[in-house]
Design a binder for this molecule. Structure first.
Ligand SMILES: Cc1cc2nc3c(=O)[nH]c(=O)nc-3n(C[C@H](O)[C@H](O)[C@H](O)COP(=O)(O)OP(=O)(O)OC[C@H]3O[C@@H](n4cnc5c(N)ncnc54)[C@H](O)[C@@H]3O)c2cc1C
Ligand code: SF4
Length: 533
């Protein structure tokens, strides 16, 4: 850490004459930035020391969106200052070529062996594994709401894993939204009530703006110097950096989003990249907000059961579930026999095409894709349904490489870490691991996009007449018919495919080829240049 940086000066001022003797030292990874969980929570500040590591090599490992890198860096620096201010000793170091492991090794030679909560990211777990039992001792990560044992109980015979079974079990075991052993409202899921399209009312809440303090501004300067080639836009006013900022974001979510969360959960709109989604994932994944605290507050909020259950299913259900799947499969390196592809790069349907320039911000002419991609490069965020039914849907329909798409999400989204992005893209978004975690591919033609969004309004294609996405949908089913034919949930669409006239199927296949080739070349699709059916 440069002695001239304001952050380094403030940290050292806060720690002047601090007594380091007799403290228990804890290594706190970049995504465990909270003193209310794990070993740090059980110590008085004067008994505790934390090691924090900034690692420019990790930041350079992938061309991460600037907003994402800045979020991690600004939060880690503020966490360091917050801990120092309350009397915890903070040893803040910058890693060189030896990475996290080398820094921990060096720190342990001065401070003695350190404790650590098991990292959520596989990447970091692997890097630190050689130090376990020597320089590092590891305790379970106390931020998760559920345990591997509960995951195994919900899937006693192993894969395929089903979120629904897991969710019901943990609702019962943790007694969440249960009344005398029965799910509140008589059922576990209110999904069927949460599928309204959005027509502009009520207006979507404007996400909070923050006033960057000198520490955050310094992170901004660092970005201009060091990370300006990274893609995306850096907006410090949209970056919650302090503990107080995180709490403000949570209050905004509770008051502005949660009351309307359920009904519009699946809706997509040009009016807002998030609609009534909470934008809490970046802060939850860094543990600036503890999942247990968010859960408790949502359960206490005066909102409809449909909204409450809708959110609980995401946080207690999906979020925990994907983490268990990632762990159980060693980051998709251990997969059931028969799933094609390389370890951590499965492709059950054999999809392997390169991501076209449209994903990197070039216009495709498909208004839905262009709109969401623009949101992502502006904000490093888009909500769940746009991730699934626009970005991933198009990738599936175009047979794009699931691994390349995963890396794209990892780079582009502010909340992406291996344990969460890999299952969401490889398993949910692209069906790259077949039915390991989901029952069927999540794909759709233009009718769904038109029903659930207003994207088609500004598109040169007509969703009912000439939108290529509908042909891409049929062409996908035709290409993968054999592989999908055993899947019960694909029976209806495959039966519809078989009724589709031969001439239309030939047209679908031709359109797939033309659209794939044009997008690969970075061309903009227009109705005039695509063959009519
Ligand atoms: C293709 C694809 C990629 C995704 N990549 C990521 C990712 O890199 N990081 C990430 O955190 N989420 C990812 N998700 C899950 C989900 O889209 C985001 O968690 C959510 O959009 C975050 O925005 P929010 O906080 O406004 O969500 P809200 O809709 O307000 O949801 C509430 C919370 O539930 C949790 N959650 C909901 N769904 C999931 C899920 N499927 N997996 C994990 N947590 C979930 C998040 O913590 C989220 O904050 C992905 C989903 C898909 C389909
Ligand atoms: S018409 Fe087709 S390409 Fe255009 S926005 Fe609608 S679904 Fe997307």
């Amino acid at each position: 850490m440069s002695e001239r940086s304001r952050f380094a000066r403030e940290l050292s001022d806060l720690q002047r004459d601090r007594d380091l003797a007799g403290r228990r030292w804890i290594y706190v990874p970049y995504d465990q930035l909270n003193d209310s969980f794990g070993p740090l929570a059980s110590l008085e500040p004067q008994q505790a020391g934390v090691l924090l590591i900034e690692h420019p090599g990790k930041a350079a490992r992938r061309p991460y969106h600037q907003q994402k890198l800045a979020l991690v860096l600004a939060n880690q620096r503020h966490f360091a200052l917050e801990q120092a201010a309350r009397g915890v000793a903070v040893d803040y170091r910058v890693a060189g070529d030896g990475g996290y492991a080398e820094v921990v090794r060096q720190a342990a030679s001065k401070l003695g062996p350190l404790e650590m909560q098991e990292p959520a990211e596989r990447e970091l777990r692997e890097e630190l594994r050689p130090l376990l039992g020597r320089q590092l001792s590891r305790v379970p990560h106390a931020g998760w709401l559920t345990t591997p044992a509960q995951f195994e109980l919900a899937a006693p015979t192993g894969p395929p894993y089903r979120m629904d079974a897991f969710y019901r079990l943990v609702r019962r075991e943790l007694n969440v939204l249960m009344d005398r052993g029965k799910p509140r409202g008589g059922r576990y899921s209110f999904d069927s009530e949460n599928r309204k399209p959005y027509r502009g009312e009520p207006s979507a809440p404007e996400p909070p703006r923050f006033s960057p303090d000198p520490i955050t501004l310094e992170v901004g300067d660092l970005f201009e110097r060091r990370y300006s080639p990274h893609p995306g836009r850096l907006d410090l006013t949209r970056l919650p950096a302090t503990r107080a900022d995180a709490e403000r974001q949570l209050h905004w979510a509770l008051a502005g989003c949660l009351p309307t969360f359920g009904p519009f959960e699946d809706a997509m709109s040009t009016a807002s990249s998030g609609l009534f989604h909470t934008r809490l994932s970046p802060l939850i994944n860094l543990h600036r907000l503890l999942p247990s605290v968010v859960l408790a507050q949502v359960l206490a909020a005066p909102i409809s059961l449909a909204s409450q259950e809708g959110f609980v299913r995401q946080l207690l259900g999906w979020r925990e579930f994907v983490r268990h799947v990632h762990r159980a499969t060693d980051g998709f390196r251990k997969l059931p026999a028969g799933v094609a592809g390389q370890p951590a790069a499965p492709s059950a349907l054999g999809a392997a095409r390169r991501l076209p320039p449209a994903y990197w911000g070039e216009r495709s002419g498909l208004a839905c894709l262009d709109h969401v991609v623009k949101d992502v490069w502006r904000e490093a965020y888009s909500h769940h349904i746009t991730r699934l039914m626009i970005v991933s849907n198009l990738a599936s329909l175009l047979d794009l490489s699931p691994r390349e798409l995963t890396d794209w999400f990892w780079i582009a989204y502010v909340d992406a870490y291996d344990w969460v992005v890999e299952p969401n893209v490889l398993a949910m978004g692209t069906y790259a691991v077949a039915d390991l975690m989901t029952t069927k591919p999540y794909i759709s033609g233009a009718a769904y996009i038109q029903r659930m969004s207003d994207y088609c309004r500004d598109c040169s294609f007509d969703p009912k007449r000439n939108c290529p996405i509908t042909s891409l949908y049929w062409a996908f089913l035709a290409r993968h018919e054999e592989k999908l034919s055993d899947n019960q949930r694909m029976m209806v669409p495959l039966a519809a495919l078989r009724r589709r006239p031969e001439a239309r199927r030939a047209h679908d296949a031709r359109l797939f080829q033309i659209v794939s080739d044009r997008l690969a070349e970075g061309q903009v699709l227009t109705p005039a240049e695509l063959p009519e059916s």
